[in-house]
Design a protein around this ligand. Structure first.
Ligand SMILES: NC(=O)c1ccc[n+]([C@@H]2O[C@H](COP(=O)([O-])OP(=O)(O)OC[C@H]3O[C@@H](n4cnc5c(N)ncnc54)[C@H](OP(=O)(O)O)[C@@H]3O)[C@@H](O)[C@H]2O)c1
Length: 247
């Protein structure tokens, strides 16, 4: 299983890695921007089953080469021959402008990290996914990218929102293009992390809307565990309610 974005001390990616290492015979690959960073190094100190393994690789989502290099390293140096699940979880929401205030730089940066990088991860890991029995490519998205729910979610998200709408389009398309690989888009809901905390403050919501990272990881992994080509592939799923969302 591969989780992109597992580095920060309090983030969804790390909580997912933490939960997976407690599973028997799990080989967990955490992709981080800087493997030499203290928080990345501390991943090796997480409690784990004796039969579980953690491999840390470097992927900066904004890089043009890291995705392919990381997969080559996994094949050549770690003997990885297949991957059951890829979780594309790294993401940014750096700015919250109205459309009339958005900038080329902001639009491109969000599009690059939240959408293009996910395609690069998919292309790089696809040969290894095809070796798995029930291959799943799971993408962390967000309701902020929903077009159908814009009347309910009226926050200024002009640079983040379209990047999520794009990744939703791309991976629903992957569902139709791939005979065996399940592609699922997941809205994790509001999480008590840097991203979720600042959204709540900025948009004047109550902190009780935030779920703990541990609860979010548990909900998220329920979606991952039950995903298959036959049920949730090609769908946009709320991890919090375990129901299908409108695009
Ligand atoms: N928190 C929420 O309420 C919420 C709501 C909806 C969707 N989401 C999405 O859920 C995912 C996880 O959210 P979170 O709350 O855990 O966010 P977070 O605390 O901001 O963490 C984001 C993660 O993405 C990684 N990342 C960002 N840019 C990257 C890059 N260029 N290359 C590699 N990794 C990069 C970060 O790595 P570093 O540690 O190196 O910064 C971090 O691990 C994100 O995709 C987020 O957009 C979150």
């Amino acid at each position: 299983m591969k989780v992109l974005g597992g580095e920060k001390a309090e983030c969804l990616g790390r909580a997912i890695v933490t939960a997976l290492l407690l599973r028997e015979e799990a080989t967990v690959i955490a992709a981080v921007r800087d493997p030499d960073h203290e928080t990345a190094k501390s991943l090796q100190g997480l409690p784990k089953r004796q039969t579980a393994h953690l491999i840390v690789v470097k992927i900066d989502a904004a890089s043009h080469t890291d995705h392919a290099s990381a997969v080559k390293q996994l094949q050549d140096q770690c003997g990885i021959k297949s991957i059951d699940v890829v979780i594309a979880n790294a993401g940014i929401i750096k700015t919250t402008p109205l459309v009339r205030e958005s900038t080329i730089e902001g639009l491109l940066e969000h599009y690059h990290v939240n959408a293009i990088s996910t395609v690069m991860l998919y292309q790089a890991t696809r040969p290894l996914l095809l070796e798995a029995h029930n291959p799943r490519f799971i993408v962390t998205s967000g309701s902020g990218g929903s077009i159908a729910q814009q009347d309910k979610i009226q926050f200024p998200l002009a640079e983040y929102g379209p990047s999520r709408a794009a990744v939703n389009w791309l991976f629903r398309k992957v569902h139709f293009e791939e005979e065996r690989i399940a592609a699922v888009l997941v809205d994790p809901g509001l999480i008590d992390t840097e991203t979720g905390g600042s959204a709540v403050t900025q948009f004047g919501m109550h902190r009780s809307n935030l779920q703990s990272v541990e609860q979010s990881a548990e909900n998220y992994l329920k979606v991952v565990d039950s995903a298959s080509k036959e049920n949730t592939s090609g769908k946009f799923i709320s991890a919090q309610s375990q129901t299908e969302l409108e695009w």
